[in-house]
Ligand binder design. Structure first.
Ligand SMILES: NC(=O)c1ccc[n+]([C@@H]2O[C@H](COP(=O)([O-])OP(=O)(O)OC[C@H]3O[C@@H](n4cnc5c(N)ncnc54)[C@H](O)[C@@H]3O)[C@@H](O)[C@H]2O)c1
Length: 509
C-alpha cells in the first residue's frame, strides 16, 4: 500500500518534469550558459536570452567548441554534441520565451534589476510558469515579491561550473509553493544533480556554512599564529582538497571579501561572520589573488615557501598507550603495530604517554591550562585530522616548560611511524581543530535555525565544496562533547561571541 503511494508520487513528479520541455535561461554569462548546457543535455529546448545578443551568440559558439573538444577526447559522441547544440536557441526578443514552462534567471546580482526582469517576464509567460533565480546572495523571497504570484518562484542555486558541479541548492522563498519546490527537486534529479533544500536566508547553505573556513584562517593570520603555507598544508593534510588561502586566491580576494561583507550585513553584524581587516587591506592594494598575480601567494613563477618540518629525532623506545578507546585510537594503533616500540598500556583518558609527557587531542585549551588536569609533568596536544592513520603531518603543541630532549623523543616517535612533525606555539585548538569546530558549529546552527536538514547540510558541503566528510558526520566522529568543550574553551580564551556554541550541538549530548 505504502509502496503504491510512493510509486504514485514519483509518477506524478516525473509527469511534472515531462511537462517541462522548454526552458528559458536569462543571462548568458558564466552561469547562464552552464545552466543552458545542463538543460540542453537533458533533452530540454533552451531559449537563451541576454541583454547583449552578440554576447549570447558567442556564448553558444564557445559551448559548441567546448563540446567539440569533448568529442575529440572521445568523451561524448558527435551526435550527442550536435543534439545539445541544437537544443540551444539564442533569442533577441524576450517574448520568444512565452511558452517556456520554466524560466531560470542568471543575470547580474542586483535585487532591483532582477525584480524588474521578473515583472517583465510575468507579463510574457503563462501564469503557471515556474520561475527560478540562480542568485547566490539575494533573498529569493525579496525577488519573488515583485511577482503577482510569488508562489511561482524558487531559487535554483547552481555552482560554478554548472555542468560539472553536482550540487544545486533548491531555495524556498517565504511564499514558494510546495508543488514548485517539489518540481525544483525533481528537475535537479532529472539533470543528474544532487539537490538540497534550503530556506531563503543569507548565504543559503554552502556560502553560509563555509564562512569559518576562511574566517578562522584569516583570524589566525591576523593573530600572526601561523603562515598561509602552514595553514594550507595542515588543512589539506587533514583531508580538505584545498587550503583556505590557496582557495581564496583562486576565488579572488575581492569576491570572497564581498560575500563575507554581504553575509555579515545580512546577519545583522553577528560577530561569527565578521569580515577580516586583512582582506580589506588586500582589496585596497589590488592583491586579489591569482587573477592579479598576487594574493596570499605570488603567481610569478616563484615557488611557494616550503613548510619546514622537524629534523629527524631519536624515537622513544618505551611508550604507554591508553587501554580504553580515545580520540587518538588510530594513532595509537599505528604505534602498537610498529615492532620497534615496547608498549605498556594504561587506564584513563590520556591517549599516549612518553616518559613524563601526556599526549592528547587538542580541546581548545592551552597546554598550560590543561596540564593541571593531568598527572604527568608535561603535556602536548595534537591537532585534529580526519584520519590519523592516513595523515602525513602531526601538528603538535607542547607546554612551554617541556624540555627539548622530551620534545625530541615525542617528535622522533611520530617520525618512526612515517609522520612529518610540525611543532607550534602553545595556542588553543591549533589549526584544524579550531577550523573544523567552527565549521561544525555553523552547520549545526543552520540546522538549528531551520535553514536545512542535518542530512542536507552534510550533502551540500560534500558536493558543493568537496569537504571530505559532512560536518555533522565529523562532529559524530570527534564526539559532540569534545566539539562543545573546544568551542567553550575558545569562547573563554578570546571572550568573543563568535565562538558561542550552537544549541543544536548541546541537544545532541
Ligand atoms: N559566477 C559564479 O560563480 C556564480 C555561482 C552561483 C551563482 N551565481 C549567480 O548567478 C548570477 C549570474 O552570475 P554570472 O557569474 O553568470 O554573471 P556574468 O556577469 O558572467 O553574466 C551575467 C549576464 O547577464 C546579462 N544581463 C545583465 N542584466 C541583464 C538583464 N536585465 N537581462 C538579460 N541579461 C542581463 C549580462 O549581459 C551578462 O552576460 C548572479 O546572480 C550570481 O550571483 C554566480
Amino acid at each position: 500500500m505504502l509502496l503504491k503511494k510512493k510509486e504514485n508520487l514519483s509518477l506524478r513528479a516525473n509527469n511534472m518534469i515531462e511537462d517541462i520541455k522548454k526552458v528559458g535561461v536569462i543571462g548568458a554569462g558564466t552561469m547562464g550558459i552552464g545552466i543552458a548546457e545542463v538543460a540542453a543535455s537533458h533533452n530540454q529546448q533552451v531559449y537563451l536570452y541576454d541583454l547583449d545578443f552578440e554576447f549570447a551568440n558567442d556564448a553558444k559558439s564557445t559551448l559548441a567548441k567546448r563540446l567539440q573538444s569533448r568529442v575529440n577526447r572521445n568523451k561524448i559522441s558527435p551526435e550527442r554534441r550536435q543534439s545539445i547544440v541544437d537544443n540551444v536557441f539564442v533569442i533577441a526578443d524576450l517574448n520568444k520565451i512565452s511558452d517556456c514552462q520554466l524560466v531560470i534567471e542568471a543575470i547580474i546580482e542586483n535585487l532591483e534589476v532582477k525584480q524588474k526582469l521578473f515583472k517583465k517576464l510575468q507579463g510574457i509567460c503563462h501564469p503557471d510558469v515556474l520561475f527560478a533565480s540562480n542568485t547566490s546572495s539575494i533573498s529569493v523571497t525579496a525577488i519573488a515579491a515583485a511577482l503577482d504570484k510569488p508562489e511561482n518562484m524558487i531559487g535554483l542555486h547552481f555552482f560554478n561550473p554548472a555542468p560539472v558541479m553536482k550540487l544545486v541548492e533548491v531555495i524556498a522563498g517565504l511564499k514558494s509553493s510546495k508543488t514548485n519546490l517539489d518540481k525544483g527537486l525533481q528537475l535537479c534529479k532529472h539533470w543528474d544533480k544532487t539537490a538540497v533544500l534550503a530556506q531563503s536566508s543569507p548565504g543559503f547553505i554552502v556560502n553560509r556554512v563555509a564562512r569559518p573556513f576562511y574566517g578562522e584562517a584569516l583570524k589566525m593570520l591576523q593573530e600572526r599564529l601561523f603562515t598561509p603555507e602552514t595553514m594550507d598544508a595542515l588543512i589539506t593534510s587533514a583531508g580538505f582538497r584545498m587550503g583556505p588561502f590557496t582557495l581564496m586566491d583562486l576565488i579572488g580576494i575581492d569576491i570572497n571579501y564581498s560575500v563575507s561583507q554581504t553575509v555579515f550585513a545580512s546577519m545583522y553584524h553577528d560577530p561569527r561572520y565578521r569580515p577580516s581587516l586583512i582582506q580589506a587591506e588586500m582589496v585596497a592594494a589590488n592583491l586579489l589573488g591569482k587573477k592579479t598575480g598576487e594574493g596570499f601567494y605570488k603567481y610569478d613563477g616563484t615557488d611557494k615557501a616550503k613548510v619546514v618540518f622537524e629534523s629527524e629525532q631519536e624515537p622513544a623506545k618505551h611508550i604507554s598507550v591508553c587501554k580504553d578507546s580515545t580520540q587518538l585510537d588510530l594513532l595509537t594503533t599505528q604505534l602498537k603495530n610498529n615492532n620497534y616500540f615496547v608498549i605498556d598500556e594504561h587506564k584513563g583518558g590520556v591517549s599516549i604517554i612518553i616518559d613524563d609527557c601526556a599526549i592528547l587531542l587538542s580541546n581548545g585549551q592551552t597546554c598550560l591550562e590543561r596540564s593541571t588536569n593531568v598527572v604527568q609533568k608535561h603535556m602536548a596536544q595534537i591537532d585534529l585530522t580526519l584520519n590519523f592513520s592516513d595523515c602525513e603531518i602531526i601538528h603538535i603543541a607542547f607546554d612551554r616548560k617541556c624540555p627539548a630532549y622530551l620534545r625530541n623523543k615525542v617528535v622522533g616517535t611520530f617520525q618512526k611511524i612515517g609522520k612529518n612533525v610540525l611543532i607550534c606555539d602553545d595556542v588553543p585548538a591549533l589549526i584544524v581543530m579550531r577550523t573544523v569546530c567552527m565549521l561544525i558549529n555553523e552547520a549545526a546552527d543552520a540546522v538549528e535555525n531551520c535553514v536545512c536538514s542535518a542530512i542536507d547540510v552534510d550533502m551540500a558541503m560534500r558536493k558543493g565544496v568537496n569537504y571530505p566528510i559532512g560536518l555533522i558526520d565529523w562532529a559524530d566522529r570527534i564526539g559532540y562533547h569534545h566539539v562543545i568543550e573546544t568551542l567553550e574553551n575558545l569562547h573563554h580564551w578570546f571572550g568573543d561571541d563568535r565562538y558561542r556554541v550552537s544549541p543544536w550541538l548541546r541537544k545532541r549530548c
